[in-house]
Design a protein around this ligand. Sequence first.
Ligand code: ADP
Ligand code: MG
Length: 600
Amino acid sequence: MPDIIHLLPDSIANQIAAGEVVQRPASAVKELMENALDAAATSIKLFVKEAGKTLIQVVDNGAGMSETDARMSLERHATSKIRTADDLFRLRTMGFRGEALASIAAVSQFEMKTRQSHSDLGTQLLVDASEVKGQGPVACEKGTSISVKNLFFNIPARRNFLKSNPVEMRHIIEEFQRLALAHPEIAFSLQHDNELIYDLSPSKLSHRIVALFGKSFQEQLAPCQEETSLVKITGYIGRPESARKTRGEQFIFVNHRYIRNNYLNHAVTSAFEGLLPEGNFPFYVLFIEIDPKHIDVNVHPTKTEIKFDDERAVYGVVWAAVKQALGAHNLAPAIDFRSDINIVGKLNQSPTKEQYMDEQFSTALHRSNLQNWEKIFEGEAPQSRLFQNSDPESKVLRFESSLNQPDSAGLSKDEQAFFQFQQKYIVWPAKSGLMIIDQQAAHERVLFEKYIIRLKGNPGNSQQSLFPQTVTLSASDFALVMEVQQELVLLGFRFEVFGKNALLVTGIPVGVEASEKELFEGLLEQFKKNQSELQLPLRDNLALALARRSSVKSGQKLVQEEIKSIVEGLFACSKPNFSPDGRPTFFTFETSKIESYFTR
Ligand code: ADP
Ligand code: MG
């Protein structure tokens, strides 16, 4: 038998590696911009066309490359950033794996122009799917300009897999925002097709935040600072009272690298505990500086996950920094934070990673149960399902249950039978017992099913605004709105694009009481939160977000009409037992149980 194993040609090996590094246009954006940062650029310009599908170009004024280096940079495992394995733990650069350019060039039509400051002429390189098509001297600016055209043109399966332009653009803007936040001292710009989306001059962090997320952030930021021998924390948190307006953007950077780390996010939210109304999310931009020897960045090719050798200690300092910021700025006057800022104390209290994971695991389990609950309850005809109503929008009651017999003692159509208890529950003497309904959970269920019906193509009515309001969004939120535009219209929103990243809201769904602006912003905020936590399908998420925003709240006094319409609506639902995110909506204190209390 002949031997059958052979080495893959570089072009194929690169293409395979590209699968890990380059998932979508935004990944190429990230790699190219990070290279510009590593080359000590002070100005980085990003140009994209068709959400990066036809062009991604990054122009920097950094160090540039020599002719040989330009050629070498496209080889796999070719890097100027590390030499030995030990260098991995002294890392100060964003890159080190030496595979980004090779991967990108394997799946695109790639063009590079680069010049070092001491050379008169630069070098140009043209590459098509790893194959060098041209190389030569060129007159160009100092620095590097890389154009990536028609990403995945040679892998149709990947290209077809790309999402719509608004979705891809949102990912690009997210990467751009992270890098621009991480380096306020550097000028950045982003142009999409022919529109200039961001033009950021070098500034302080607070100004950069405002430039990226909008003027409303100006008064909302509280500085955050804490230092121990292990780490230094700096940055800003959003004041608790502004949590809603800020739509909960949250960023943690470690040595100026954006990372995802739920354990550390937990440290921040737990410091905010009790200061935020339920359903509101804090804004924060925190920079953690730590000696690179205490972290491992080489966990994942995209480098957004890192390992700390003492994560619990970092948790404690992050928690303390946020507490301190909340206290120092009198954001929570009722609490004496001074005595609370005891990092060592907190260290002993802070959950270990294992405890945290356990907690997360049980919540995940809880959630996956929730995903099944609809199935679990499908077969069961709840004894309390008194109303059947095929049209949940209508308020007409149709009693189809045996309980609706004229002589059904104890059940009356008399609406006085319902009453509100502690402004949280609706109590209803039903035949089977005393039914206690959680007003908020029930109303969320009612609205959720109503919105789902609309999203299935039965548009809801819109109430026209007397005074249409403009809502200015961050570029990423704007992209998100464009992505779900159709669905928003089905729900009953009416709006038009009104200048850059701004909308003129001319109508909101009938029956929702809120200012246009508040509702719109709140909806996006809730949507994003659901997206990261529940990972629901888009329509369920939108319906849930709007239901949560517009339902009556626990603690709200209800008039008889409202009570009645919630109860009727609930039992007209196809799945009345639970709120859309799985909280029980009602509980029956059964007559027999009540009786048992009084029998000897
Ligand atoms: P890595 O960044 O992990 O080293 P890349 O494939 O991204 O790997 O880049 C390979 C090399 O090309 C870098 O190490 C750097 O020397 C050089 N390079 C890439 N982009 C630039 C740039 N914009 N300016 C200067 N040098 C660059
Ligand atoms: Mg790189």
